[in-house]
Design a protein around this ligand. Structure first.
Ligand code: HSE
Length: 310
Protein backbone atom coordinates (compact mmCIF):
# COMPACT_ATOMS: atom_id res chain seq x y z
CA UNK A 1 0.00 0.00 0.00
CA UNK A 2 1.35 3.40 -0.97
CA UNK A 3 1.86 5.80 1.99
CA UNK A 4 1.81 9.55 1.56
CA UNK A 5 2.58 11.66 4.66
CA UNK A 6 0.37 14.74 4.50
CA UNK A 7 -1.64 17.40 6.28
CA UNK A 8 -5.43 17.41 6.03
CA UNK A 9 -8.05 19.97 7.02
CA UNK A 10 -11.75 19.61 7.83
CA UNK A 11 -13.91 22.70 8.28
CA UNK A 12 -16.32 23.85 10.96
CA UNK A 13 -20.01 23.65 10.08
CA UNK A 14 -23.47 24.83 11.01
CA UNK A 15 -25.97 22.02 11.59
CA UNK A 16 -29.79 22.12 11.52
CA UNK A 17 -29.86 25.45 9.61
CA UNK A 18 -33.11 26.36 11.38
CA UNK A 19 -35.41 24.00 9.48
CA UNK A 20 -33.51 20.70 9.29
CA UNK A 21 -32.86 19.35 12.75
CA UNK A 22 -30.31 16.53 12.33
CA UNK A 23 -30.78 16.55 8.53
CA UNK A 24 -29.26 19.79 7.22
CA UNK A 25 -25.89 21.51 7.53
CA UNK A 26 -23.35 23.65 5.74
CA UNK A 27 -19.60 24.14 5.96
CA UNK A 28 -17.74 27.31 6.98
CA UNK A 29 -14.51 28.73 5.61
CA UNK A 30 -11.14 28.96 7.43
CA UNK A 31 -12.17 27.64 10.83
CA UNK A 32 -11.50 23.92 11.28
CA UNK A 33 -9.16 21.19 12.49
CA UNK A 34 -6.00 19.77 10.96
CA UNK A 35 -4.38 16.36 11.09
CA UNK A 36 -0.81 15.66 10.12
CA UNK A 37 -0.35 11.99 9.31
CA UNK A 38 2.79 9.94 8.70
CA UNK A 39 4.27 6.51 9.13
CA UNK A 40 4.79 5.59 12.79
CA UNK A 41 7.45 3.63 14.64
CA UNK A 42 5.19 1.37 16.68
CA UNK A 43 2.36 -0.96 15.72
CA UNK A 44 -1.07 0.69 15.32
CA UNK A 45 -2.36 4.26 15.51
CA UNK A 46 -0.65 6.73 17.86
CA UNK A 47 -1.69 10.31 18.55
CA UNK A 48 1.67 12.05 18.99
CA UNK A 49 0.71 15.67 19.65
CA UNK A 50 -2.47 17.65 20.19
CA UNK A 51 -2.21 21.39 19.75
CA UNK A 52 -4.67 23.32 21.98
CA UNK A 53 -5.29 20.08 23.75
CA UNK A 54 -7.74 21.16 26.46
CA UNK A 55 -9.12 17.98 27.94
CA UNK A 56 -8.64 15.86 24.84
CA UNK A 57 -7.26 12.35 25.29
CA UNK A 58 -4.25 10.85 23.53
CA UNK A 59 -6.01 7.48 23.55
CA UNK A 60 -7.47 6.94 20.06
CA UNK A 61 -10.41 5.13 21.62
CA UNK A 62 -11.32 8.27 23.58
CA UNK A 63 -10.37 10.93 21.05
CA UNK A 64 -12.85 11.78 18.30
CA UNK A 65 -10.20 12.27 15.58
CA UNK A 66 -8.28 9.17 16.70
CA UNK A 67 -11.46 7.11 16.90
CA UNK A 68 -12.56 8.06 13.38
CA UNK A 69 -9.04 7.32 12.07
CA UNK A 70 -9.10 3.98 13.86
CA UNK A 71 -12.47 3.13 12.33
CA UNK A 72 -10.98 3.77 8.87
CA UNK A 73 -8.06 1.49 9.74
CA UNK A 74 -10.46 -1.23 10.92
CA UNK A 75 -12.50 -0.80 7.76
CA UNK A 76 -9.34 -1.27 5.70
CA UNK A 77 -8.19 -4.15 7.91
CA UNK A 78 -4.88 -2.43 8.74
CA UNK A 79 -5.22 -1.84 12.50
CA UNK A 80 -1.59 -2.84 13.10
CA UNK A 81 -0.12 -0.53 10.49
CA UNK A 82 2.20 1.96 12.27
CA UNK A 83 0.60 5.36 11.80
CA UNK A 84 1.21 8.60 13.73
CA UNK A 85 -1.02 11.64 13.78
CA UNK A 86 -0.75 15.16 15.15
CA UNK A 87 -4.02 16.94 15.82
CA UNK A 88 -4.18 20.70 15.49
CA UNK A 89 -7.35 21.51 17.35
CA UNK A 90 -7.94 24.95 15.91
CA UNK A 91 -11.44 25.53 17.16
CA UNK A 92 -12.99 25.58 20.60
CA UNK A 93 -15.05 22.62 21.79
CA UNK A 94 -18.74 22.80 22.71
CA UNK A 95 -19.55 25.83 20.58
CA UNK A 96 -22.13 24.40 18.20
CA UNK A 97 -19.89 24.89 15.20
CA UNK A 98 -19.17 21.23 14.56
CA UNK A 99 -15.88 21.05 16.41
CA UNK A 100 -16.04 17.31 17.07
CA UNK A 101 -17.26 16.69 13.53
CA UNK A 102 -14.28 18.62 12.11
CA UNK A 103 -11.92 16.43 14.18
CA UNK A 104 -13.71 13.24 13.16
CA UNK A 105 -13.72 14.14 9.48
CA UNK A 106 -10.07 15.20 9.59
CA UNK A 107 -9.13 11.88 11.25
CA UNK A 108 -11.00 9.63 8.82
CA UNK A 109 -10.11 11.71 5.76
CA UNK A 110 -6.40 11.78 6.71
CA UNK A 111 -6.15 7.97 6.82
CA UNK A 112 -7.73 7.77 3.38
CA UNK A 113 -5.37 10.46 2.02
CA UNK A 114 -2.31 8.80 3.64
CA UNK A 115 -3.09 5.52 1.88
CA UNK A 116 -3.72 7.24 -1.46
CA UNK A 117 -7.53 7.17 -1.39
CA UNK A 118 -8.46 3.47 -1.11
CA UNK A 119 -11.99 4.33 0.11
CA UNK A 120 -14.96 6.16 -1.33
CA UNK A 121 -16.09 9.34 0.43
CA UNK A 122 -19.21 7.54 1.67
CA UNK A 123 -16.98 5.12 3.60
CA UNK A 124 -15.05 8.07 5.05
CA UNK A 125 -18.37 9.63 6.05
CA UNK A 126 -19.40 6.49 7.91
CA UNK A 127 -16.15 6.37 9.92
CA UNK A 128 -16.32 10.10 10.63
CA UNK A 129 -19.91 9.72 11.87
CA UNK A 130 -18.68 7.01 14.26
CA UNK A 131 -16.17 9.54 15.59
CA UNK A 132 -18.90 12.14 16.00
CA UNK A 133 -21.01 9.58 17.83
CA UNK A 134 -18.22 9.11 20.35
CA UNK A 135 -18.50 12.82 21.18
CA UNK A 136 -22.22 13.18 21.82
CA UNK A 137 -23.53 9.63 22.00
CA UNK A 138 -25.90 9.96 19.07
CA UNK A 139 -25.79 9.09 15.39
CA UNK A 140 -26.33 12.06 13.08
CA UNK A 141 -24.32 13.35 10.14
CA UNK A 142 -25.52 16.95 9.85
CA UNK A 143 -22.09 18.31 10.86
CA UNK A 144 -19.80 15.59 9.50
CA UNK A 145 -21.37 15.47 6.03
CA UNK A 146 -20.95 19.20 5.24
CA UNK A 147 -17.49 19.18 6.82
CA UNK A 148 -16.50 16.33 4.49
CA UNK A 149 -18.25 17.36 1.28
CA UNK A 150 -18.54 21.15 1.69
CA UNK A 151 -21.53 23.33 0.81
CA UNK A 152 -25.06 22.63 2.03
CA UNK A 153 -25.82 18.96 2.61
CA UNK A 154 -29.19 17.34 3.22
CA UNK A 155 -29.29 14.01 5.06
CA UNK A 156 -32.27 12.13 3.67
CA UNK A 157 -31.60 9.29 6.10
CA UNK A 158 -29.09 9.29 8.94
CA UNK A 159 -29.20 5.53 9.44
CA UNK A 160 -27.95 4.69 5.96
CA UNK A 161 -26.15 8.02 5.54
CA UNK A 162 -28.09 8.83 2.40
CA UNK A 163 -26.73 12.36 1.88
CA UNK A 164 -27.48 14.84 -0.89
CA UNK A 165 -25.34 17.86 -1.71
CA UNK A 166 -27.49 20.93 -2.38
CA UNK A 167 -26.63 23.87 -4.62
CA UNK A 168 -25.72 27.13 -2.91
CA UNK A 169 -27.03 30.55 -3.82
CA UNK A 170 -24.10 32.64 -5.02
CA UNK A 171 -22.86 35.33 -2.66
CA UNK A 172 -24.52 33.80 0.40
CA UNK A 173 -22.65 34.46 3.64
CA UNK A 174 -22.97 33.17 7.17
CA UNK A 175 -22.30 35.10 10.36
CA UNK A 176 -21.74 32.77 13.29
CA UNK A 177 -21.92 34.33 16.73
CA UNK A 178 -20.37 32.42 19.58
CA UNK A 179 -21.17 33.72 23.08
CA UNK A 180 -18.61 32.30 25.47
CA UNK A 181 -20.81 29.92 27.41
CA UNK A 182 -20.54 26.17 27.34
CA UNK A 183 -23.42 24.05 26.07
CA UNK A 184 -22.86 20.32 25.78
CA UNK A 185 -24.55 18.76 22.75
CA UNK A 186 -25.67 15.87 24.92
CA UNK A 187 -27.48 18.25 27.32
CA UNK A 188 -28.88 20.34 24.51
CA UNK A 189 -30.33 17.20 22.92
CA UNK A 190 -31.67 15.86 26.21
CA UNK A 191 -33.87 18.91 26.84
CA UNK A 192 -35.79 18.39 23.59
CA UNK A 193 -39.27 16.96 23.71
CA UNK A 194 -39.74 13.69 21.83
CA UNK A 195 -43.11 14.82 20.54
CA UNK A 196 -43.94 17.27 17.74
CA UNK A 197 -47.52 18.35 17.24
CA UNK A 198 -49.04 17.91 13.81
CA UNK A 199 -49.46 21.62 13.02
CA UNK A 200 -45.78 22.28 13.86
CA UNK A 201 -44.73 19.33 11.70
CA UNK A 202 -46.75 20.68 8.77
CA UNK A 203 -45.20 24.13 9.10
CA UNK A 204 -41.64 22.89 9.54
CA UNK A 205 -41.79 20.40 6.66
CA UNK A 206 -43.15 23.16 4.42
CA UNK A 207 -40.19 25.33 5.41
CA UNK A 208 -37.64 22.54 4.89
CA UNK A 209 -39.03 21.78 1.44
CA UNK A 210 -39.06 25.52 0.61
CA UNK A 211 -35.44 25.78 1.77
CA UNK A 212 -34.38 23.09 -0.70
CA UNK A 213 -36.49 24.65 -3.48
CA UNK A 214 -34.94 28.07 -2.77
CA UNK A 215 -31.45 26.64 -3.20
CA UNK A 216 -32.36 25.00 -6.51
CA UNK A 217 -34.20 28.08 -7.78
CA UNK A 218 -31.56 30.46 -6.41
CA UNK A 219 -34.48 32.32 -4.83
CA UNK A 220 -33.14 34.43 -1.99
CA UNK A 221 -36.58 35.73 -0.93
CA UNK A 222 -37.98 32.23 -0.64
CA UNK A 223 -34.90 31.27 1.37
CA UNK A 224 -35.66 34.15 3.74
CA UNK A 225 -39.28 33.00 4.17
CA UNK A 226 -38.22 29.39 4.74
CA UNK A 227 -35.66 30.00 7.50
CA UNK A 228 -37.94 29.69 10.50
CA UNK A 229 -37.56 27.02 13.16
CA UNK A 230 -40.72 26.60 15.21
CA UNK A 231 -39.78 23.27 16.79
CA UNK A 232 -36.22 23.21 18.14
CA UNK A 233 -35.27 26.88 18.56
CA UNK A 234 -38.00 27.70 21.13
CA UNK A 235 -36.82 24.77 23.27
CA UNK A 236 -33.14 25.68 23.18
CA UNK A 237 -33.15 29.49 23.09
CA UNK A 238 -32.99 29.75 26.89
CA UNK A 239 -29.53 28.10 26.86
CA UNK A 240 -28.13 31.06 24.92
CA UNK A 241 -27.62 34.47 26.52
CA UNK A 242 -29.57 37.25 24.74
CA UNK A 243 -30.71 34.93 21.94
CA UNK A 244 -33.89 36.82 21.06
CA UNK A 245 -32.22 40.24 21.31
CA UNK A 246 -29.52 39.02 18.94
CA UNK A 247 -32.10 37.54 16.58
CA UNK A 248 -33.98 40.83 16.43
CA UNK A 249 -30.75 42.74 15.80
CA UNK A 250 -29.71 40.36 13.01
CA UNK A 251 -33.09 40.42 11.28
CA UNK A 252 -33.23 44.24 11.56
CA UNK A 253 -29.78 44.36 9.96
CA UNK A 254 -31.13 42.38 6.99
CA UNK A 255 -30.40 38.71 7.79
CA UNK A 256 -32.39 36.28 5.65
CA UNK A 257 -32.81 34.14 8.70
CA UNK A 258 -31.34 33.64 12.15
CA UNK A 259 -31.30 30.64 14.45
CA UNK A 260 -29.15 28.38 16.62
CA UNK A 261 -26.05 26.82 15.09
CA UNK A 262 -26.21 23.09 15.79
CA UNK A 263 -26.85 22.43 19.46
CA UNK A 264 -25.68 25.96 20.43
CA UNK A 265 -24.57 28.16 22.07
CA UNK A 266 -23.47 29.63 18.73
CA UNK A 267 -26.07 31.32 16.58
CA UNK A 268 -25.98 31.91 12.86
CA UNK A 269 -27.40 34.38 10.37
CA UNK A 270 -27.56 33.68 6.65
CA UNK A 271 -27.11 36.83 4.60
CA UNK A 272 -27.50 37.73 0.93
CA UNK A 273 -24.23 39.66 0.80
CA UNK A 274 -21.15 40.75 2.74
CA UNK A 275 -22.44 44.26 3.53
CA UNK A 276 -25.34 42.79 5.50
CA UNK A 277 -23.00 40.20 7.06
CA UNK A 278 -20.63 42.96 8.23
CA UNK A 279 -23.53 44.89 9.76
CA UNK A 280 -24.67 41.80 11.66
CA UNK A 281 -21.13 41.20 12.88
CA UNK A 282 -21.01 44.78 14.20
CA UNK A 283 -24.45 44.43 15.79
CA UNK A 284 -23.40 41.22 17.58
CA UNK A 285 -20.20 42.76 18.94
CA UNK A 286 -22.09 45.83 20.12
CA UNK A 287 -24.88 43.87 21.81
CA UNK A 288 -22.60 41.53 23.76
CA UNK A 289 -20.24 44.36 24.69
CA UNK A 290 -23.16 46.34 26.10
CA UNK A 291 -24.23 43.26 28.05
CA UNK A 292 -20.68 42.81 29.37
CA UNK A 293 -20.34 39.35 27.77
CA UNK A 294 -17.62 37.89 25.64
CA UNK A 295 -18.41 36.93 22.08
CA UNK A 296 -16.51 35.75 19.01
CA UNK A 297 -17.97 36.37 15.58
CA UNK A 298 -17.07 34.46 12.41
CA UNK A 299 -18.10 36.06 9.15
CA UNK A 300 -17.71 33.49 6.42
CA UNK A 301 -18.56 32.53 2.87
CA UNK A 302 -20.08 29.09 2.43
CA UNK A 303 -17.22 26.62 2.16
CA UNK A 304 -17.86 24.64 -1.02
CA UNK A 305 -14.75 22.48 -0.78
CA UNK A 306 -15.13 20.58 2.48
CA UNK A 307 -12.23 18.47 3.76
CA UNK A 308 -8.96 18.79 1.87
CA UNK A 309 -5.40 17.52 1.75
CA UNK A 310 -2.64 20.13 1.52
N1 HSE B 1 -28.28 18.23 14.96
C1 HSE B 1 -27.46 18.25 16.12
C2 HSE B 1 -28.22 18.88 17.26
C3 HSE B 1 -26.23 19.04 15.83
O1 HSE B 1 -28.85 19.93 17.04
O2 HSE B 1 -28.21 18.35 18.36
C4 HSE B 1 -25.26 19.10 16.96
O3 HSE B 1 -24.42 18.00 16.99
Amino acid sequence: MKKIPCKCFAPASVANVAVGYDVLGFALEELGDEIIIREGKEKGLKIKTIRNRGKLSYDPLKNVAGFAALKMMEHLDIVDMPIEIDLNKNMPIGTGMGSSAASAVAGAFAVNAFLDWPCKMHEVLKCATMGEQLADGSWHADNVAPSLYGGFVLIRDNETLDVIGLPTIEGLRAVVIYPHVKVLTKDSRNILSNKVDLQSHIKQSGNLAAFVAAMYKSDIELLGRALEDIIIEPQRAALIPHFYQMKEAALSAGALGFSISGAGPSMFALCANSVIADNIEDAAKKLYKEEGKEVTVYNSKINLEGAKKY
